[in-house]
Structures are given as structure tokens and as C-alpha cells.
Write a protein of this length. Sequence first.
Length: 202
Amino acid sequence: MRLCSPKRLWLALLLLSVVADGAWGQWRIVAPNLTNVSTYYGAMCFRGGIVWIADNDTLYISTDTGITWTKKPLPDQSFDIDFYDSHDGVLSGLNDAWITRDGGASWHVLLSEPTASDCFLNGPNSIALAERSGGFIGVTVDGGNTWRNNLPAQQNTFCVRYKSGTIYESGGTPNPGSFVHISSDFGLTWQQGTTGFDEDSY
């Protein structure tokens, strides 16, 4: 007698994993009042067991899931931050885009443009930046010596992220709205998604 079909067994395993994840994935407050919350500035990044938090002028770093923190000064007010590893980081600032090669001890101007978002691609010298306005989406594969800016249309850009060989960029204008643009060749060519969303969505 067959007690359970493969389809039902798969569904049961899925439900068990959801229940188990709900039981194990508990939230806890580890750093109350660590930093002041800003209406406009601030970003967070987690990679390789390290948490980075950037506020108006300070970088907070934790290597023990937020139990203890170290502080380092930032050169600019932050919109976004990303770290490739414990040494290499990029910061989108109010005035410029910045890069660190020593874990945030020192920062150097990567691009003299006010940027809203940043991310590393497949290495510490491959970076994508999104400008807050003006339609600039810069991609470099040589640490900032040269840049590509090949978006198909002039637009405001809000966010850029990278996953498994693909760059995802969101941006647009009030009319016709915002779209996600996708590049699988490190910014040489872009394809626009078919479904739009509100222009002020971040």
C-alpha cells in the first residue's frame, strides 16, 4: 500500500522546512541605540560573518553578530555600502563614491559623482555604481580606471545589485515610470524588464 505520493512527500518536506525555519530563525536586539537613525542617510552590509553599518559619518563593524562593535570615520554621508571581503569596500556618498582597501581605515575617491547605490561584481576591482540622477550607471572592471555607462535610456537610478553573473539596476523617470534593467556582460548591453513600478520606489 502506497502511503504517500512523491508530490505529497515533497510538500510535507517543504512545510517541515518552513516550520523548522520559523522555529530557529528568531530575531533578537543586539545593539540598541548603536547609532542615530537618519531619514536620508545610512546603509548596512553583511558578508562573510561581518556586519557593516554606515551612518552619517561613522562606520560600525561587528564580527560577532552584533554583540560588539568597532567604529571608524567615514569621508561622506552614506547612501549605500558594500564590502567584497574584510578589506575591500565601496561607499556611495552624498558627494562622491569612495573605496577602501584596508577595511575602512582609509577611503579614497573612486568616482567624483554623487551616487545612490553600489555593489561589487565578481572581484574587488569589478564595481557597479548608480547615480542618484542623470541616468549614470557606471561599471568598472579595473578598479575605477575606466567606466562603462551604457544604459539604454536617460533616467534616475536608484539601486544596483549583482548576483551570479548578472547586474540588476532599478531606475526610471516619472513618466513612464521605473523598470529593472539587466546586464549579463558587465554593463556592455542592458535589457529592460517588461513590468514597471512607481518612479519613487527605492
